[in-house]
Design a binder for this molecule. Structure first.
Ligand code: ADP
Ligand code: MG
Length: 380
């Protein structure tokens, strides 16, 4: 879905309260009853709250759920996006939203700006967006878990990515600077560089190759494996040809049961890509798992920083069951295909029909010259 921020400035303080109430209510209600929304919002019941509900539903931030036994609503991705943006706006991390620069299977990437006009990157995690091969598994999994699971999993992915990026940045790894995190979103610095995937010639393939292999080894010596170290997740500065690594929701500790396999896969990804794109093959096939000399414990530190082992397990279980390919990028999707005959068409007709009531609003991304949040929103 796209992020359509045009309505954000027109929400009143009461609309924000009601939207927040729907979010809170959905923590333990799949469908939040209108009476509960009224109660949590702390607003007097009656036409006021109903008007807010209808405003929010009209712009697609909440959706009325059909066939529910009672009158109720659920938060949409659009609603969660607005709540996160409102938080970023209040913390002055994001002032305006610009163009979308990336769309992965499980994330949307936008260029945003702070009040001074400095550009930043907003990454919106969208786990639970249907993985077409596994529509049914997805649906069962997400329905059987506690309500709002897509919200919870997306939030976990953002929490994890932020925690890892922070530790890596603090330890001088070449990663974007993590600036803020709220709900399912993170804000980081914009790297003015292209993904390796888009680069056709390098000054020195051997030099970059060596740097990337060194990085994989350095990650591991600090206790970490990227797990998706490929041409999509390495940005290369045009002038210096220095790499910057992005995309961390699948990072694991070197103590993980599959650590060796992930380490070797990261090495192989780069080796294969350099061979194919730059016709470059290194003299040796290393680094090897046996080369890893552990000198640091960033994997332990990251746990202490607020992303717990339990959360890591929950997210990993989701990623395995719902997105078993283990890659978010085309590279991963291309190798997939377990032969399930689920329709690969993104529109997922069957799915849409059934969930049409829950569809997110579509809309053009507007370059917001004005602040996103209206005066009323700031009073929240
Ligand atoms: P996904 O999980 O969907 O793969 P990524 O974090 O890899 O998401 O981002 C997707 C794309 O967005 C990247 O390939 C890159 O082109 C762009 N991108 C992401 N973060 C940044 C950033 N900080 N600076 C510049 N471009 C970025
Ligand atoms: Mg990526």
């Amino acid at each position: 879905m796209k992020l359509d921020t045009h309505a954000i400035r027109y929400l009143t303080g009461e609309d924000w309260r009601v939207l927040t109430a729907v979010e809170m209510g959905s923590k333990n209600h799949e469908v939040v009853p209108t009476t509960l929304i009224t109660q949590i919002s702390g607003l007097r019941g009656g036409s006021g709250v109903n008007k807010c509900i209808s405003n929010l539903a009209k712009v697609g931030l909440i959706a009325r759920v059909k066939n529910a036994k009672y009158d109720g609503y659920r938060l949409t991705y659009g609603g969660l996006d607005y709540l996160a943006l409102n938080t970023f706006s209040k913390r002055k991390s994001v002032y305006s939203v610009g163009n979308q620069i990336g769309v992965g299977k499980e994330s949307d990437i936008y260029v945003v700006a702070d009040e001074t006009g400095t550009q930043r990157v907003l990454k919106i995690h969208r786990l639970g967006r249907i993985s077409f091969r596994t529509v049914k598994a997805n649906r069962d999994y997400l329905r059987n878990r506690h309500s709002g699971s897509w919200m919870y999993m997306s939030r976990l992915a953002a929490l994890k990515e932020y925690a890892f990026m922070k530790i890596l940045h603090e330890n001088n790894f070449p990663v974007p600077v993590p600036l803020d995190q709220a709900r399912h979103c993170i804000v980081m610095t914009l790297i003015d560089a292209f993904p390796l995937r888009q680069i056709s010639t390098l000054n020195s393939p051997s030099a970059l190759y060596a740097k990337l292999m060194e990085l994989i080894l350095r990650f591991a010596s600090q206790g970490l494996i990227h797990g998706d170290f490929n041409e999509f997740n390495i940005l290369v500065h045009e002038d210096t040809q220095e790499p910057v690594v992005i995309d961390f929701p699948q990072m694991v500790s070197v103590d993980h049961a599959n650590a060796k396999e992930y380490f070797e896969r990261d090495v192989k990804c780069i080796r294969d890509f350099f061979k194919k794109r730059f016709r470059y093959t290194a003299d040796d096939d290393g680094p090897f798992w046996g080369d890893v000399k552990r000198v640091g414990k960033l994997d332990v530190l990251v746990e202490a920083s607020g992303f717990s082992k339990k959360q890591a397990k929950e997210l990993e279980k989701y990623m395995k069951e719902v997105a078993p390919l283990g890659h978010n990028d085309e590279a991963g999707t291309a190798e997939g295909g377990e032969g399930e005959d689920e329709d690969e068409n993104e529109s997922g007709e069957e799915e849409e029909e059934e969930d049409s009531e829950e569809e997110e609003p579509e809309g053009a991304i507007k370059e917001a010259k004005k602040p996103m949040i209206g005066e009323d929103g700031k009073e929240l």
